[in-house]
Design a protein around this ligand. Structure first.
Ligand code: MFK
Length: 547
């Protein structure tokens, strides 16, 4: 009988996740922690079922049918099974609604659900993220009519009344630089605003609503003159004729997600607030979707590590299981330590968000949240690609074979660095956030987070890296070009400092509860180095290297 290798088995994503258990045990009051259990159990069950189902099924993509047999424009999109199950799952387990409960722990509890649901949902979390962002932007706008109309649908706990929102920003002329948008808003004879233009990356075009940037007719050029509008896409069961889906994108990953190019041909629209400063008005949405992005990126890392670990115990090479091979074990341990750091930072952002939204944060914590949100997004976006790539390698050639389900992890992970602002755009946003006092807030908070640890060398490393980052900022703050040129290394250094301090806090708590593993993660994470500033490079060398 020929040798047959066992496939990797997916451990229950909730029962088997010690990081999530330790976090929730530490951070939540006992009654709220207990109340969460049923949803996390069910979402973990669903995730395990979805992994097994995917292994037995032919992979499908959404299909756009633009015309019916009689020539009527229909733009119907057929969705995958997980997407059809999405409204039920999301509402039954309050994946959106839980985050908007009036409680400082609401966001942490919500994002624990998101983390478990994300991969099984086949990125149905994308429209959920945008809907969450739209709910948050609507609340921030104070537009009572739109809040009354849309919010009950966005936060519905009943699949029959759930509405999803898109986020229509990107155009052919501008992805990062949305200020160049060409979509125009015109008022018709009755005073109704209508949108005319083309949106080039409409993620998850299935939503009943969207928030869209457009330039009111006659307004000046540039970002400040853009306005933010709310639109509805459906007339009952029919898509509105003023919205045309030109085609679905053919993407590297996230293939179950119907990302579309669309034309707006007079689609009725309602401004959220003033008819200008649309970027400022959409910013609350961006910060929410960026938090989802980070949580989903760590979910991909957790999945990749879980499968690679399981496989390392099953696969024998050179006379023993891979996990007993010192170099392979070390590789996995390195991945685990980086994951734990990213996990700690991401869920701290989620927790802080809930405290800030519920007026339970100190003033400097609002500044801290503003800074840590882009840092978490940009770091986890890159790290997910790195760890998923490393995980595929842990399977040798099998990791390169489609029907193991492994390559999809890597292809999907690439989106986290691109969505919602690239790494460089987010690095620049980190600089923008410093205007609100984020650096001082970070310094004070890092000390508080790491105060209880017995790991003096970790504390020393955190201080040294933060001092180096602060010195870099002080040295370049008046020289915008060189400050921006080093913004990525600066942002990554701050992210790693924050993650190390958070690991120190978790390690101190876990030590008291008899678990020495987070302390080992802290040592290893710090051992990888916190300072990512890199050697300075002058602009002349940059030009030479590009010439
Ligand atoms: C599973 C996970 C799912 C995740 C969801 C997936 C959905 C994916 C769909 C997409 O990817 S949609 C495309 C997303 N596109 C972007 O994220 C755009 C990236 N570009 C940027 O973020 C640029 O930095 C930006 C568009 C914001 C630059 O625009 P501007 O107008 O040149 O910015 P400016 O003038 O610096 O800022 C305008 C105002 O917004 C300022 O406020 P004031 O007017 O009061 O001075 C800024 O402070 C404010 N602002 C900008 N970013 C902010 C912010 N405020 C708070 N938070 C921020 N992040």
């Amino acid at each position: 009988m020929e040798f047959l290798q066992d496939a990797p088995q997916l451990a229950h994503p909730w029962h088997g996740d010690r990081s999530l258990h330790a976090l929730l045990d530490r951070a939540l009051p006992a009654d709220r922690r207990a109340a969460l259990e049923a949803d996390l159990d069910a979402l973990g069950d669903y995730a395990q079922m979805a992994w097994l189902r995917a292994a037995r099924s032919t992979r499908r993509k959404p299909v756009l049918t633009q015309w019916d047999a009689w020539g009527r424009r229909i733009d119907r999109i057929e969705l995958t099974t997980a997407w059809l199950e999405g409204p039920q799952l999301a509402t039954r387990h309050a994946v959106l609604a839980a985050g908007h409960e009036a409680h400082p722990d609401a966001r942490l509890e919500q994002f624990a659900r998101v983390y478990l649901y994300h991969l099984a949902s086949e990125f149905y979390t994308c429209p959920l993220a945008m809907t969450d962002g739209a709910a948050t932007a609507l609340k921030a706008s104070g537009n009572a009519a739109l809040i009354g109309r849309a919010l009950p649908h966005f936060l519905s706990r009943d699949a029959a009344t759930l509405w999803l929102s898109g986020q229509w920003m990107t155009e052919t002329i501008g992805g990062s630089d949305v200020g160049q948008s060409e979509t125009v808003a015109r008022q018709d004879a009755a005073g109704q605003w209508r949108l005319h233009g083309r949106k080039w990356f409409s993620s998850a075009v299935v939503g009943e609503t969207a928030l869209a940037l457009a330039r009111p007719e006659g307004a000046a050029a540039g970002p400040g003159a853009l306005a933010l509008f709310y639109v509805e896409t459906m007339d009952g069961e029919q898509r509105k004729p003023e919205l045309r889906i030109d085609r679905l994108k053919d993407k590297l990953g996230t293939q179950e997600l119907p990302t579309a190019e669309i034309h707006l041909d007079g689609l009725p629209a309602w401004p959220l607030g003033e008819l200008a400063h649309g970027v400022r008005q959409v910013a609350p949405m961006l910060n929410i979707t960026r938090t989802w992005n980070a949580v989903c990126a760590v979910a991909s890392m957790a999945r990749a590590i879980s499968l690679a670990r399981d496989y390392a115990a099953r696969r024998q090479a050179f006379g023993r299981p891979l996990i007993e091979q010192p170099l392979h074990a070390r590789t996995l341990a390195d991945m685990q330590a980086e994951f734990e750091g990213a996990f700690a930072l991401t869920f701290e952002v989620a927790h802080l968000l809930g405290r800030v939204e519920n007026d339970r944060a100190r003033p400097d914590e609002a500044a801290l949240l503003r800074l840590l949100t882009p840092l978490a997004k940009l770091w986890t976006g890159k790290l997910a690609v790195k760890l998923c790539s490393e995980a595929l390698e842990c399977f040798g050639g099998a990791g390169y074979i489609e029907d193991t389900g492994l390559p999809q992890l890597l292809r999907d992970a690439q989106v986290y660095a691109v969505w919602e602002g690239t790494t460089n755009v987010l690095s620049l946003d980190g600089l923008r956030a410093l205007a609100h006092g984020g650096l001082a807030a970070l310094r004070t908070t890092l000390d508080a987070w790491s105060a209880g640890t017995g790991d003096a060398s970790a504390v020393q490393a955190i201080h040294a890296a933060l001092d180096a980052a602060t010195a870099y900022f002080e040295q370049h703050r008046e020289a915008r070009e060189s400050l921006e040129a080093g913004a990525r290394g600066f942002a990554l250094t701050l992210a790693r400092c924050a993650a190390a301090a958070l690991l120190a806090r978790q390690a101190a708590w876990s030590d008291r509860h008899g678990d020495p593993r987070p302390a080992a993660a802290l040592r290893r994470f710090v051992g990888h180095g916190l300072d990512r500033l890199g050697a300075p490079m002058d602009a002349a060398d940059t030009r030479l290297l590009l010439s």
